[in-house]
Structure formats: structure tokens, C-alpha cells
Design a protein around this ligand. Structure first.
Ligand SMILES: Nc1ncnc2c1ncn2[C@@H]1O[C@H](COP(=O)(O)OP(=O)(O)O)[C@@H](O)[C@H]1O
Ligand SMILES: [Mg+2]
Length: 222
């Protein structure tokens, strides 16, 4: 069992049976801030993902510059409205994939990330934006840090158990943290127009910091 360094939030979170993807230990955090290249390997085991129609399991290779690269097992994690997310096994990376059409949420998020440094305190770390033609489709990829826990998953797990003082404490602490974060963001001129529970993530179980994992609708006014 994974033992996290403690904090009330961490202890409480542990009680809610994080899924196996969530509890993978962080391994080499990329040494470079940005990836230089990203390639998904061909592979069709275990079916295809619902939105981007990519293999649910395969491998991908990330180039980090200066000849360094890393190859990762790629595992379908979850889909949102338009994108599929894939966890890269044995590391804290997540890839969001989307077929490029009229909309390209990955590109919108990348453009916001690069043009507006002020949002970086409120979103997961972003390592790069890439495109690859796969079959007859152009697919965009956003490489981001995988957060330990999405608020929605935590609530889903809570619903399976009876309410206890610990679960209530966790719930209240988390809600307060989300509100504090939104207030801090607003104070910096950042407004998230899409902060429902599926978009709120807690990057590290050991502290209660939260981030918005999908920020295409963030606007910035100062
Ligand atoms: N950095 C991340 N770490 C962990 N899970 C994530 C991360 N980003 C997204 N997710 C999960 O993937 C789901 C879909 O991603 P999202 O960016 O919301 O796609 P869409 O814009 O298509 O709705 C989210 O609801 C969340 O559960
Ligand atoms: Mg979403």
C-alpha cells in the first residue's frame, strides 16, 4: 500500500480507495519543462477510446530535447465531452487527445497556457502540445501533469460508504479549498467559467491545493 506523507487531507483521501491509476508513485518528473516531440505508437489492443478512437493500450515516446527521450505505456483513463485522457504508466503524466475538427480544445488550452503565465498557478503543469496524423485523422495531444485525485471521483467513492465525521471533514475541507482557489484566481484576474467537479483536481494528496484540469474556458482580465 502506498504511504503518503501525512496531512489531514491525505489521510482522509486514502480512506476513499483511490483507483490504481491514482496511486502510482511519481517517477522521474520530466527534467525539461517542455517536451520537444511526442509520438503514439501504432497498437490496437483492448479496443479504441470513445472520442479520439485511439488504442486504449499502447506505447508512446516523448522527446525531451538534447537526445533524451522516454517511452511509456499508454492506458486509456477517462473521456470528457470531446477528449480522451490517457495515463502514462509509472509516471505522473497524462495525455489529453482530441480529433482536430472545428474545435481544438487542446490547442485553446495550450495557447492560454503559453500566452497567460498567470493561469499556471491554477492548472496542472503543461509539458507540450503536439499533433499527429493517425489513420485519416489529425489528432492533437496535450501533455500535462496527472493529478492525484479528481473531485468528482472522490465524491463518487464517498457515495459508496456511509457518511462519517472523517468524510464530512474531507468534503468541507475540499469545498473550502476550491472556493479559496477560485477567489485567489479571481483576485489575479482569472475567471474559470467551467469549474464543475469533473474539472477540479487535487494534484498532491498530501496537500489540499486544487487546480482546474480543463481550462479552455478560463478568461483573464486585469
Ligand atoms: N491532469 C489531469 N489529471 C487527472 N485527470 C484528468 C486530468 N485532466 C483531465 N482529467 C480527467 O479527464 C476528464 C476529461 O478531461 P477534460 O479535459 O475535461 O476533457 P473535455 O474537455 O473533453 O471534457 C476530466 O473530467 C478528468 O476526470
Ligand atoms: Mg471536461
Amino acid at each position: 500500500m502506498l504511504i503518503w506523507s501525512c496531512g489531514t487531507h491525505a489521510r482522509a483521501v486514502l480512506l476513499y480507495r483511490l483507483d490504481s491509476n491514482t496511486i502510482q508513485r511519481a517517477i522521474p518528473k520530466p527534467t525539461m519543462f517542455h517536451a520537444h516531440s511526442f509520438v503514439v505508437h501504432a497498437g490496437f489492443s483492448m479496443g479504441v477510446s470513445p472520442k479520439a478512437k485511439l488504442p486504449k493500450q499502447t506505447y508512446c515516446t516523448i522527446g525531451w530535447g538534447e537526445g533524451e527521450s522516454s517511452t511509456h505505456k499508454w492506458q486509456f483513463h477517462k473521456n470528457g465531452r470531446a477528449r480522451d485522457t490517457f495515463a502514462l504508466r509509472n509516471c505522473k503524466l497524462m495525455v489529453k487527445a482530441e480529433i482536430v475538427g472545428k474545435e481544438n480544445r487542446n490547442k485553446s488550452e495550450w495557447d492560454l497556457y503559453t500566452s497567460t503565465p498567470a493561469i499556471r498557478d491554477f492548472i496542472p503543469e503543461v509539458y507540450g502540445y503536439f499533433e499527429q496524423t493517425i489513420g485519416d485523422k489529425l489528432v492533437s495531444f496535450l501533455l500535462v501533469r496527472r493529478v492525484d485525485l479528481i473531485f468528482e471521483s472522490m465524491l463518487d467513492n464517498m457515495r459508496k460508504d456511509e457518511v462519517t465525521s472523517t468524510s464530512l471533514h474531507l468534503l468541507c475541507t475540499s469545498v473550502v479549498q476550491v472556493l479559496k482557489t477560485l477567489a485567489q484566481a479571481a483576485f489575479s484576474g482569472i475567471f474559470s467559467h467551467d469549474w464543475q467537479i469533473g474539472n477540479v483536481g487535487f494534484p498532491d494528496a498530501e496537500n489540499c491545493k486544487c487546480v482546474i484540469v480543463a481550462w479552455k474556458k478560463i478568461s483573464w482580465r486585469l
